[in-house]
Design a protein around this ligand. Structure first.
Ligand code: DON
Length: 574
C-alpha cells in the first residue's frame, strides 16, 4: 500500500520551490512519499528512519530525510510538528534533552531544559510555616519555567543542520495553519483533559466547547503565527519581539514570573554526554540535570549480570535483584543530583569503583526485600512527555525526550501565542522531604533557585556496540523513564529480545520511595507475585509504564524503527 503524506504537509512543502535547490528537494520528497511503496515491513529501511508517538510527526521526519536533510534537521522538524499534532507533550513552551551521534562518530548532549525565572525563590511553593502550597507548582502560572525548546532546536540546526530554518518549520506551520485531521487518540486525550478545561485560552485553541471529535479538522492559527515568527526571525521570533511581549503580558495577567530579561537570557546548553561502558556496550546519554543516565549507570554498576541471567526473566529473584539496585541508585538520585551549574554534583565519585563497591555491600543478602527506610544516599566526599528519534543514511542519530511536564503541562495556552505552557517548576524539590507529583522526594541539590534547571528523569539514550551504532531509545513517564530505558536495554542485551519485543514487553518500576514495586498487568506471573510478597515486597499494579520509541541497526545494516504498542505512534523509514 503506498504511503501518503498528509495534504497539509505537501502544501507546506510546495512553496519551498521558490526558495531554491533545497525547496525543490522538499517538493520531490513530498512526491516520492506519495508514490513510493515501502521495501519491506514499513519500519525497516535502508536510508533513514523516524519514530515518534504521533504519525504525522513521524511523516514530517521522513519527508525531511527524503528531502536530503540529516537526522538533526528531521529531529528539529519533528519537535516543531509535535508541538502542533501532539499537544500533550510536544511543545515549544517546554523543554527537553537530546543526545546525538554524528556520522563522524562525535557524540553530544544538548540541554534545552526550562529554567527558573530570575524572580523564583527557594521558598516560593511553601507557606510561612514551610508547608507546601498545594497545586501552585503544578496548576498555576507560577509553575512555568522559561521555555527552552525553541532555542534548543535552533541551536541544534545552527550546529548540525543542513536545511534552511524556514524549510524545517514549514511542515509544522502548515499543520497549525491549515489544520490536520484529529485522530482517535487525540480526540480521546483532549476530551479527558481536565487541565485544559480550566483555561479559556485552551478551550478556544482546541475547540473544547463542543469537540473536537475524531475526524474533525483542528487548526491552530495563533500557534501558526508564532511558528512563522520563529521561521522568519529565529530565536528572536520567540524570545524577543511580538511573541515575547505576548508571553510577558500573559505572565503578568496570570501571576507568572517570566520577564523579557528571562526570555532574552535563555540559552540551551551543549554538554558533554554521559558516556559509560557496560559489557560490550557503550551508553551515550544525558548528564545532569537529567538524572536518568546517572541512575542507570549506578543501577547497572551494582547489578550482577550473570546472576541476573541465571535467575531467569522476570523471576522473583531477578525482579528483586534489579529492585534492590534501583533502591540504592534512586536514593542517591534524590539527594545528590541537580543542576550542575548550581550544585556540585559528585558525578565521578558516584560512578567510581570504590563507591560502587561500597553501595553493593548494602544489597540484602538474605533473599528478603530491602527497606527504603533503611537505605539513604551515600556519604559525602525528579505523565506526559514524549520521546522521538531519527537515524539517517549517513550515520547521524538523534534522540530527543521533550515535555511540558504534566499532560498538556499547566493546561494553559499562552494568550495570543497559541502554545501550551509547561509546569516544569514542579520538578524542583519544593521542600526537602515533600514529594512532587511523581512521588519523588528531593533535597538541596534540586532546590528552586533563579536561573536553575530542575532535575529531570528524561533519558534519551544511544547505545554503541564495538564502536558502532547499535540502538537508541527513550520514553516518557517521569521517574519510570529511567527504569523503562534500563529494562529495554536489559531486554535486548540480557534477555535476547529484538528492540520491538524489548519495548513492548511489560514493565516493572521501583524508585526507592514510595517503597513498592509497580508493575504493568501481566508483567509478573501469579507465582512471581506470590514469591515477591513472601520476600516482603509491596506490589502495585499500574495500567501502563512508559511509551518508548527506538531505532536499532539490524545485522544487515538496515534501520529498524519501533514505536511502543502502548501508544498510537509510528516508526517509518525509506
Ligand atoms: O523531566 C522530568 O523528569 C518530568 N518532567 C517528565 C514528565 C513525564 O515524563 C511525564 N510523562 N509521562
Amino acid at each position: 500500500m503506498p504511503t501518503r503524506l498528509p495534504p497539509s504537509i505537501v502544501r507546506a512543502l510546495r512553496p519551498a520551490r521558490h526558495r531554491g535547490v533545497c525547496g525543490v528537494a522538499l517538493v520531490l520528497a513530498a512526491v516520492l512519499l506519495t508514490t513510493t511503496a515501502p521495501l519491506s515491513r514499513p519500519n525497516v529501511a535502508a536510508n533513514g528512519m523516524a519514530a515518534s508517538p504521533e504519525p504525522l510527526a513521524t511523516d514530517v521526519g521522513v519527508a525531511i530525510l527524503q528531502a536530503g536533510g540529516n537526522a538533526f534537521d528531521a529531529a528539529a522538524a519533528m519537535q516543531f510538528a509535535l508541538s502542533v499534532t501532539y499537544p500533550t507533550a510536544g511543545n515549544i513552551g517546554g523543554g527537553g534533552f537530546m543526545v546525538g551521534l554524528t556520522a563522524e562518530g562525535e557524540t553530544f548532549a544538548l540541554d534545552f531544559r526550562e529554567e527558573a525565572p530570575a524572580a523564583a525563590r527557594t521558598d516560593m511553593f511553601v507557606d510561612a510555616d514551610g508547608q507546601m502550597l498545594q497545586g501552585v507548582s503544578t496548576d498555576t502560572h507560577r509553575g512555568v519555567g522559561v521555555p527552552g525548546s525553541v532555542d534548543g532546536m535552533l541551536a541544534l540546526l545552527d550546529r548540525y543542520g543542513t536545511l534552511a530554518r524556514a524549510d524545517i518549520l514549514a511542515p509544522a506551520i502548515a499543520l497549525a495553519r491549515d489544520g490536520f485531521t484529529v485522530s482517535y487518540a487525540l480526540a480521546g486525550s483532549l476530551s479527558r483533559s481536565e487541565r485544559l478545561r480550566r483555561f479559556t485560552t485552551s478551550v478556544q485553541a482546541f475547540g473544547l466547547a463542543d469537540g473536537p471529535r475524531m475526524g474533525d479538522r483542528l487548526t491552530q492559527p495563533e500557534l501558526a503565527a508564532t511558528l512563522e515568527a520563529i521561521a522568519q526571525a529565529g530565536r528572536d521570533g520567540f524570545y524577543r519581539g511580538r511573541v515575547a511581549d505576548l508571553i510577558v503580558a500573559d505572565m503578568r495577567a496570570n501571576g507568572g514570573l517570566i520577564t523579557h530579561d528571562d526570555l532574552a537570557g535563555y540559552a540551551a546548553r551543549w554538554r558533554e554526554p554521559l558516556v559509560f561502558d557496560h559489557a560490550q556496550y557503550q551508553f551515550i546519554t544525558h548528564p545532569v540535570p537529567s538524572s536518568g543516565g546517572m541512575t542507570i549507570a549506578q543501577t547497572l554498576g551494582v547489578l550482577h549480570l550473570q546472576a541476573l541471567e541465571r535467575a531467569g526473566y522476570h523471576s522473583a529473584k531477578a525482579i528483586s535483584m534489579v529492585t534492590e539496585a534501583q533502591r540504592l541508585a534512586f536514593a542517591d538520585r534524590n539527594f545528590w543530583l541537580g543542576d550542575p551549574e548550581f550544585f556540585d554534583v559528585p558525578v565521578e565519585r558516584l560512578l567510581s569503583r570504590d563507591y560502587t563497591e561500597n553501595r553493593r555491600r548494602l544489597l540484602p543478602q538474605d533473599g528478603l526485600a530491602g527497606q527504603s527506610s533503611g537505605v539513604s544516599h551515600g556519604p559525602a566526599e525528579s505523565d506526559e512527555t514524549t520521546h522521538f528519534t531519527v537515524a539517517d543514511r549517513w550515520g547521524n542519530v538523534a534522540a530527543i525526550t521533550t515535555t511540558l511536564n504534566s499532560g498538556y503541562g499547566l493546561g494553559a495556552v499562552a494568550t495570543g501565542a497559541g502554545f501550551l505552557w509547561n509546569n516544569q517548576m514542579d520538578n524542583f524539590s519544593v521542600r526537602p522531604g515533600v514529594p512532587n507529583q511523581y512521588g519523588m522526594l528531593g533535597a538541596e541539590a534540586n532546590s528552586v533557585q533563579p536561573g536553575k534547571r530542575p532535575l529531570s528523569s528524561m533519558t534519551p539514550t544511544i547505545v554503541r556496540r564495538f564502536g558502532e551504532f547499535y540502538m537508541t531509545m527513550g520514553s516518557p513517564g517521569g521517574p519510570t523513564i529511567i527504569n523503562t530505558v534500563l529494562q529495554i536495554y536489559l531486554n535486548v542485551t540480557v534477555w535476547d529480545m529484538d528492540l520491538q519485543q524489548a519495548i513492548d514487553a511489560p514493565r516493572v518500576h521501583h524508585q526507592w520511595l514510595p517503597d513498592r514495586i509497580d508493575h504493568e498487568p501481566f508483567a509478573l506471573s501469579a507465582e512471581t507475585r506470590a514469591e515477591l510478597e513472601r520476600m516482603g515486597y509491596e506490589l502495585s499494579e499500574r495500567r501502563s509504564i512508559g511509551m518508548a520509541a527506538g531505532i536499532q541497526r539490524t545485522s544487515e545494516g538496515f534501520l529498524a524503527g519501533y514505536a511502543d504498542r502502548r501508544g498510537a505512534g509510528t516508526a517509518r523509514g525509506y
